[in-house]
Design a protein around this ligand. Structure first.
Ligand code: ADE
Length: 348
């Protein structure tokens, strides 16, 4: 058995079975506009294809070119991003569009190194964009590629420590031609057939070449180091209501959910903050809580609500029946839903 045939077999499979996606050229078609490839790759980090599609369509309809996005109102972009998570990425998105427009004549650099020099473009995105948009040979590794490759080679070093060695193996099977299709073929195989728990090896074009399959337990790969549990933090959010409007603030640029619209909230820490950080004195009613998991910690956000007329500080009164248009990040959209459910329960 050898892996020499892997790229060829995989590309043949891709030609017949690739997913048609709005940011993708079909095999043999002219490459997609690098702007669309870039935008999709930034959106797809840590988010599923199904979740990204409507955002991608809305962004490209609203801002069809990188120069349009560079000229966009920042708050509008942040609102359009709401729900995708990882909000620092949206700020980098604007910074990158501006750098490409101002420093590169609105054309993306066509090399991995040139791309990596832009805001928000790391190793993965630089490789993916260079390969997919510019036909460069690049070694592209996301979670799907990692899983497929670790199975082909029955790679048994625990990740993330084993990543450099696994990268060398992916490099060894990356073809000189069609590296972008090869990367996307690995991704498509990983999302449809070579899935985490129950891979469908009978449908897989690579099963004769797959060492993990021969072990009888392909689902045991990749091997992962035991995860530490995430620290649990506690916080309180304040739902302040007046005349069917709710008081919203914009979070400071630096820090979690920076620049996003939000309910006012006090400190998030290891201990229950109680009502610390309440923007007004009021008769607070418990409205429940929401649990939300961030990359580095889990948060239990208690929601309290009160009626309060008049100005509260720096912020805005937002009509409650159009709260869905406020561009709240998911944590605060869920906290708002909790407060609204509590309010409806009070009224009935
Ligand atoms: N995930 C990240 N980039 C992708 C792409 N180009 N196609 C499919 N899934 C992806």
């Amino acid at each position: 058995m050898s892996v020499d045939a892997v790229p060829e077999k995989l590309l043949t499979w891709y030609d017949a079975h690739h997913r048609r996606l709005p940011w993708r050229a079909g095999p043999g078609e002219a490459p997609t506009d690098p702007y669309r490839v870039w935008l999709s790759e930034i959106m797809l980090q840590q988010t599923t294809v199904a979740a990204v599609k409507p955002y991608f369509d809305r962004f490209t309809a609203r801002w069809p070119t990188v120069a349009d996005l560079a000229a966009a109102d920042e708050a509008e972009v942040m609102s359009a991003w709401a729900g995708l998570g990882y909000y620092a990425r949206a700020r980098n998105l604007i910074a990158c569009a501006r750098a490409v427009t101002d420093d590169h004549g609105a054309r993306f650099p066509d090399s991995e190194a040139g791309l990596r020099a832009l805001p928000g473009i790391g190793d993965y995105s630089a490789a993916a964009i260079a390969a997919i948009a510019f036909g460069r040979r690049a070694v592209v590794i996301d979670a799907n590629v990692e899983r497929v490759a670790s199975r082909i080679f029955a790679f048994d070093q625990p990740l993330p420590k084993g990543r450099p060695a696994l990268r060398a193996l992916v490099d060894s099977i990356t073809p000189d031609r069609r590296a972008g299709d090869f990367a996307q073929a690995m991704m498509d195989l990983g999302s449809s057939i070579c899935t985490p728990r129950a891979p469908q090896c009978l449908l897989c074009p690579l099963s004769p070449d797959c060492t993990a399959r021969m072990t009888g337990r392909p689902e045991a790969f990749p091997v992962k180091a035991a995860k530490r549990p995430k620290p649990q933090r506690l916080g309180t959010a304040f739902w302040i209501e007046h005349d069917d409007r709710v008081w919203l603030v914009r979070r400071p640029d630096k820090g979690m959910l920076g620049g996003m619209r939000a309910l006012p909230s006090g400190p998030w820490g290891d201990d229950d903050p109680g009502l610390a950080g309440a923007p007004v004195d009021a008769a607070w009613r418990e409205a429940g809580s929401v649990d939300h998991v961030f990359t580095h910690f889990a948060l239990k956000l208690r929601v309290v609500s009160a009626a309060h007329p008049g100005q509260v500080g720096v912020g805005e009164w937002w009509p409650i029946d159009t709260i869905a248009d406020a561009g709240l990040p998911t944590l605060f959209a869920r906290a708002a839903a909790r407060a609204i459910a509590d309010r409806d329960a009070q009224e009935h």
